[in-house]
Structure formats: structure tokens, C-alpha cells
Design a protein around this ligand. Structure first.
Ligand code: ZN
Length: 204
């Protein structure tokens, strides 16, 4: 094996560790800014939404959820595009389209952006599409389960490490792949019951 990949890997891992720490420190501030910028309203899950989600998540996890609806999430942009390019980002936006953001047990849902789905960017006004709403909440609840498993700092270290080592490809982040995978099971096999927390514990 040549030396180059080892050096590259070492540098990537160092960057991943640094970015993980920065993300952990910055995330509460970013979420606070988002809530301030997009005043939202806290909502409770309806009885029917909760009944569906209770087939996949523990009562304890659902009880802990703080769900906030906002109308449009504008993700933070890099203050300096040159710095972004130096770090290897092609886009100035950290996330190009965001339907939900989860920090611990706090979930921000963008009611205007529809399902948290890579192939569907159509608008879903208000909460008319219950299945899309449930699917989006399901995805974010997987992240809540991941936070519970890894802890706040552990989540950011894993998330950013996965993102960095995957060449900053959002869909290649292992924690996102797990969330999309379980979300896919939820959508494609509606009759199946499984415990997301057990799946998360087994895989992480
Ligand atoms: Zn996600």
C-alpha cells in the first residue's frame, strides 16, 4: 500500500475530529438562531400520529420529544466561500435543502418543505399530507434515538466524522443512511412493527 492514502486518511480524520468538536459547540447556537429567525410553534403529536409512531419508538422517547414547526428553514451559509472551498466544499450552503433538524430531543420541522426525502422536493402546504409528515417525523425521531444512544457530543463526532470521511456527501453519512434506511422500511412496509431503538443499539 502506498503512503499517500494513509496521509490523506490521517488528515481527513484530523479534520473530521476538529469539525466534530466545532459542530458540537456550534449546534446549539445554530438551532437557537434558527428558532429566533423562523419563529415556530411547538406542537404535540396527534393521537393518530402518536399511535402509528408508537409501533416503532418507545413511549419514553415519544414523551421526551419537543416538536417545533417552523415555516421555512434557511440553513446557515458559509461566511467565507474561500474557506469553504479550502475545506473541500463545492456548495456554499452547508445543507442545500433541509426539511428537519434534530438537536437531542428537539426537532424542528419545516412544514413547507414536505417529506424529508431525497427524491421529493415538492411543497407540502401546512400539514395536509399526514403520511409525509409522519415520514419526516419518523426520520427525525431516528436521530433522537441516535442522540440517546451516542450522547450529544458522540452524535456530532460520529455524524461529522462520517460526513468528512465520505467526502462531504450528506447521503453517505452513516447516521443518515441508517435514518433513511429505517424510514424506508416504515414507508415501504407499513404493516411491519419494529423497534428503532433496538435497531440503533444493534447497528451503532
Ligand atoms: Zn437526517
Amino acid at each position: 500500500m502506498s503512503q499517500a492514502p494513509v496521509t490523506f486518511s490521517f488528515r481527513r480524520r484530523a479534520v473530521a475530529r476538529l469539525l466534530g468538536w466545532l459542530a458540537w459547540l456550534a449546534a446549539p447556537v445554530v438551532v437557537a438562531v434558527l428558532i429566533r429567525k423562523h419563529p415556530g410553534r411547538r406542537i404535540e403529536l396527534s393521537e393518530s400520529d402518536r399511535a402509528v409512531l408508537a409501533r416503532f419508538f418507545s413511549r419514553d422517547l415519544l414523551d421526551s420529544l419537543v416538536l417545533i414547526c417552523v415555516d421555512g428553514i434557511q440553513p446557515p451559509r458559509w461566511p467565507n466561500s474561500r474557506a469553504a472551498r479550502l475545506l473541500g466544499f463545492s456548495d456554499r450552503s452547508i445543507l442545500s435543502s433541509v426539511a428537519g433538524i434534530t438537536l437531542g430531543r428537539v426537532v424542528l420541522i419545516d412544514v413547507a418543505s414536505g417529506p424529508h426525502n431525497r427524491s421529493n422536493h415538492s411543497a407540502s402546504p401546512e400539514l395536509q399530507d399526514r403520511q409525509a409528515f409522519r415520514s419526516l417525523v419518523f426520520h427525525e425521531l431516528v436521530h433522537v434515538a441516535q442522540y440517546r444512544r451516542l450522547g450529544m457530543r458522540g452524535f456530532f463526532m460520529w455524524y461529522v466524522r462520517g460526513w468528512t470521511l465520505a467526502g462531504y456527501d450528506y447521503f453517505a453519512i452513516p447516521l443518515e443512511q441508517q435514518a433513511y434506511g429505517l424510514q424506508g422500511r416504515f414507508i415501504e412496509r407499513p404493516g411491519e412493527n419494529f423497534s428503532v431503538e433496538e435497531e440503533v443499539d444493534r447497528e451503532i
